[in-house]
Ligand binder design. Sequence first.
Ligand code: ADP
Length: 160
Amino acid sequence: MKKKVIYPGTFDPITNGHLDIIKRAADMFDEVIIAVAASPSKNTLFTLDERVKFVADVTHSLPNVTAKGFAGLMVDFAKQEQANVLIRGLRTTVDFEYEFGLTNMYRRLMPGLESVFLTPAEEYAFLSSTIVREVAIHGGDVTSFVPEVVAKALMAKAKI
Ligand code: ADP
C-alpha cells in the first residue's frame, strides 16, 4: 500500500529547516502533502495563498511533494486527503513538550493517524519562522535561513 503522509504547519514562511524535514519525508514515503494551515488566530505575516505558493515553489523539484492550504481541523484535512501518517519536525525538547501534547489530542480525534517525528540537520535546530520574521522585519539578512524566493518576499515586506 502506498504511504501518503501529511506535514502540517503554518509555514509563515517556509524555512530551510522545514525544507530539510520535507526532503527527509519525501525520501521515506510515497507521497507527501504539505498542509499549510490558514491559522486565522496567528495573525500571519503572509496570506495563506502566499504561504502555499512559497511551499509549492521551493518543493517544485520534489515530484512526490504537493502543497495544499486548509482551514479547520488538521485531522479532518488528513481524512479528506486519505493520509494516515503525520509528520512533525522536532528541534529541541521545547518542541517535544508541545508536540507530545498535540499527538495525544490527534490520537483521540483520529485513532488511525500515526505520528512520525523527524529531526533536522543540527544547523537548523534553532531556526524558526518566528525568528526569521523578526530578523527580516528589522532589516537583517535572512538569506542563509530561507529559500531565495522567500528571502526576497521578506525583504519586500520589511520595506513597507
Ligand atoms: P506550527 O504553527 O504548526 O508550529 P510551523 O510552521 O511553525 O507550524 O511548524 C510546522 C512543523 O515544522 C512543526 O512540527 C515544527 O516543529 C517543525 N519545524 C519548524 N521549524 C523547524 C526546523 N527548523 N527544523 C525542524 N522542524 C521544524
